[in-house]
Design a protein around this ligand. Structure first.
Ligand code: PEP
Length: 252
């Protein structure tokens, strides 16, 4: 089964100004001819406040804008939140859910993640669902158990799997410079796909795109992408550089 590759750039709370963000997008434009868009989709996750302002420049590069988070609520008294419907209203068709920084720094539980996914399914927003284990969990041999637990919370909420992409992001590899080896990433992602096959269906498992995320760079992406269960990347730090486009073109 051949799946289209998908690369995400998660800017987190960066860069320091919108001027720098615009400069970065202009730099990327120079590399566009090296990208085969029939082979790779690209979604960019800027800070929420900038999403709508930057969206036209992102789309002009043939990329899509993706939120880094979304509320689990409908409109109402939820100070500081935004809804899945707010995103679609602004033509933002994607959001990350369950990034490890949301889980660890903002206390998001599996149940919160599941409610957010349910809301996006109801409204029709595409989700990049982030899962992954901590170093302690990996060293304790619990990697597959943790991924299954995080997925099991969400699976009952998903009616339309064509609107879900998974990002396997081992927490110990995020922002640390310690990338998983291609073998580690492949072994874990194969286990994730096998779990989806059993818990959902073979058809969904075959079609589901699974990104790897965690210290991906232009230097390490070429080998990772040769693995059959790696369908692209979710990139943090390296997506803030002009050389992000080297990752995109090596994938596509
Ligand atoms: C991320 O934030 O999702 C991520 C993978 O970060 P980094 O590439 O910096 O490890």
């Amino acid at each position: 089964m051949s799946r289209k590759f998908i690369v995400g750039g998660n800017w987190k709370c960066n860069p320091a100004s919108m001027k720098e963000a615009n400069t970065l997008l202009k730099e990327w434009k120079k590399s566009l001819p090296s990208v085969d868009k029939s082979k790779v989709d690209v979604v960019i996750c800027p800070p929420a406040l900038w999403m709508t302002t930057l969206s036209p420049a992102i789309e002009a590069l043939g990329m899509q804008t993706c939120a880094q988070n979304v509320g689990k609520n409908d409109a109402g008294a939820f100070t500081g939140e935004w809804t899945a419907a707010n995103l679609l209203d602004l033509n933002i068709k994607w959001t990350l859910i369950g990034h490890s920084e949301r889980r660890t720094k903002y206390g998001e539980t599996d149940a919160d993640v599941a409610e957010k996914v349910a809301k996006c399914q109801e409204i029709g927003v595409n989700v990049i669902l982030c899962i992954g284990e901590t170093l302690e969990e990996r060293e304790g041999g619990k990697t597959d158990e943790v991924n299954k637990r995080q997925l099991a919370a969400v699976i009952p909420k998903v009616k339309d799997w064509s609107k879900i992409v998974l990002a396997y992001e081992p927490v110990w590899a995020i922002g640390t410079g310690k990338v998983a080896t291609p073998e580690q990433a492949e072994e874990t992602q194969a286990a994730i796909r096998a779990y989806i096959k059993g818990a959902v269906s073979s058809d969904v498992a075959d079609k589901l795109q699974i990104q790897y995320g965690g210290s991906v760079s232009p230097d390490n992406c070429a080998e990772l992408i040769t693995k059959p269960n790696i369908d692209g990347f979710l990139v943090g730090g390296a997506s803030l550089k002009p050389t992000f486009m080297e990752i995109v073109s090596k994938v596509g």
